[in-house]
Structure formats: structure tokens, C-alpha cells
Design a protein around this ligand. Structure first.
Ligand code: HEM
Length: 247
């Protein structure tokens, strides 16, 4: 992205604030935290405009869409998506993966014996399907649509509940049944259709590296019996804290 590395502390602090604001349900606070992220991005843009080393951020500053350069508001919005997706979602996914592995020694020993990347990626996706921390997205219908037996007018507000969809008994039978290859085709962790996650390959790679590093550095991962894991509070999914003992 060409962003300065000393921004990391500020970005990490922002994730904490953002989760706290989302949990509070206080819209004014959420808006304030969103504004803070936009300010961080604007400070990066000011630096990029005076820098000569090329980066993805610079390409975005130069790109023309429909014959015109993007406005600052559009650039900030795109950069917010590119970075916010990575900052929050990976951390939430790692929490779910660590909790799942710590609760299932048999899965740990299977993975410790060594599995090819493709198989590990399917396992990671299946764990995230069962306990999808990326709860929902919103849409506004641009035309009248029929959804199952439901007729929706144009302009309707729709919430896509990924966590619920990923546990649909009509599709998966027992939603907790662990079948990485069998469930892959119906897995909605990265969304579906036109707006499906473009960060999926990067996220898959990051999560694979995280799981492999965790397994390689330990012989056993257990939940800490003295400190129970704490669930995140809706609308954030996954876990707020997963204390584990690493051997
Ligand atoms: C860590 C796991 C991740 C999960 C579970 C995840 C999940 C999703 C989901 C469900 C959507 C669909 C949103 C919708 O339909 O409205 C989405 C969209 C998106 N994701 Fe991810 N994501 C992850 C990581 C990432 C990463 C690493 C990036 C970028 C570096 C990223 C960037 C985006 C962007 C830009 C969109 C919007 C696409 C659009 O609206 O066309 N995501 N993601």
C-alpha cells in the first residue's frame, strides 16, 4: 500500500475503538470512529501525493473511471475497504480458528501430521463456516426482487446474515457437521456474487500461514481452564478473547 510502518500502532488502536463502538450500538460513536479512520487515510494521501516511490495507493490516486479521476471521498472509501477488511476480519478469524483447534485435539494431531495447503485451506474455511465471525452485510434493492417466497420492492433495506446462512439446516443438515470438502461449494464465509470478497486469496494465505506457524511452534494448544473464552457481542461475531495454553 505504500503506507508508513509507524502507522501500525494507530491502526491497531483504531480496531479496538471500532469494535468497542460497534458493540456499544451508539451510532454517533460509530460515526466518530469511522471519521477517525478516514482521517488516518487522508493523512496517508497527503504524504503519498508528495512521495516519488510507487505504490498501489498511488495507482488509485491516478486512476480514471468513466473518464474522470476519483474524488477524495471515493479514494478514501476504496482504501477503507481495502484496509479495514484486512485489519478486523483476519483477527476475528484467527480467534475462531484458535478456539476451534484448542477444543479439538484430534483435529490438531491430524493437521500436525502435515496436510497439503489445499486441504488446510478447506479445513480453515469449514471452521469459519461453522462459526462465521463475519456476521452480516447490508444491501438496498435497486429493483423489485423476489427472494424465495418474499417479494421485495425497490429501495428495500436487506441484511445478508452470513453467519446464519452458513448454518442453514436446509443446506448443511447438521450445521456443526465438519465436512470441509463436502461443504466447500455452499460456504458463504467470503460472500457470494458480484460483491464476493476480493481479499479472499490474501486472507486464505494469511490464515494458512497463521495456523501453520501456530502448529509448528507448539506440540499442544489447549483452552485455559482458568480463564474461559469470551464471546464477541453482536453485531460483531467470533470471540473477544481466547485464552489458551501453548505447549
Ligand atoms: C479474513 C477474512 C475475510 C472475510 C471472512 C471476508 C469476508 C467478506 C465478505 C463476506 C464480503 C462480502 C460483502 C458483501 O457482500 O457486501 C467481503 C467483501 C470485501 N472484502 Fe473481505 N473478507 C476477509 C478478508 C478480506 C481482506 C484481507 C481484504 C482486503 C485486503 C478484504 C477486502 C474486501 C473488500 C474490498 C470487499 C468489498 C467487495 C465489494 O463490495 O465488491 N477482505 N469480504
Amino acid at each position: 500500500m505504500g503506507w508508513p510502518s509507524d502507522l501500525e500502532g494507530r491502526l491497531l488502536a483504531w480496531i479496538e475503538d471500532n469494535h468497542a463502538a460497534t458493540r456499544s450500538g451508539d451510532r454517533a460513536r460509530t460515526a466518530q470512529v469511522a471519521e477517525e479512520f478516514d482521517n488516518i487515510i487522508r493523512s496517508v494521501l497527503a504524504q503519498r501525493r508528495s512521495s516519488s516511490t510507487p505504490s498501489v495507493t498511488d495507482q488509485l490516486l491516478r486512476v480514471h473511471v468513466d473518464g474522470r479521476p476519483l474524488s477524495d471521498a471515493e479514494i478514501v472509501s476504496v482504501l477503507r475497504n481495502w484496509t479495514g477488511g484486512d485489519l478486523g476480519s483476519i483477527a476475528l478469524c484467527v480467534g475462531v480458528l484458535v478456539h476451534h483447534l484448542a477444543s479439538r485435539p484430534e483435529l490438531q494431531s491430524r493437521l500436525r501430521k502435515g496436510v497439503p495447503d489445499a486441504e488446510l485451506d478447506l479445513v480453515v474455511d469449514e471452521v469459519l463456516r461453522i462459526d462465521d465471525p463475519f456476521v452480516s452485510n447490508r444491501r438496498v434493492t435497486t429493483a423489485a426482487v423476489e427472494l424465495g417466497e418474499l417479494g421485495l420492492p425497490a429501495g428495500a433495506r436487506v441484511k445478508l446474515h452470513w453467519t446464519s446462512g452458513n448454518r442453514d439446516e436446509g443446506v448443511f443438515g447438521d450445521p456443526d457437521a465438519f465436512d470441509p470438502a463436502g461443504h466447500a461449494g455452499d460456504n458463504l464465509v467470503y460472500g457470494i456474487g458480484r460483491h464476493a470478497c476480493p481479499g479472499r486469496l490474501l486472507a486464505t494465505l494469511e490464515l494458512r500461514i497463521a495456523v501453520r506457524a501456530l502448529l509448528a511452534g507448539t506440540t499442544e494448544i489447549r483452552l485455559d481452564p482458568d480463564r474461559p473464552a469470551e464471546r464477541e457481542v453482536a453485531p460483531v461475531g467470533g470471540w473477544a478473547r481466547v485464552p489458551v495454553l501453548l505447549h
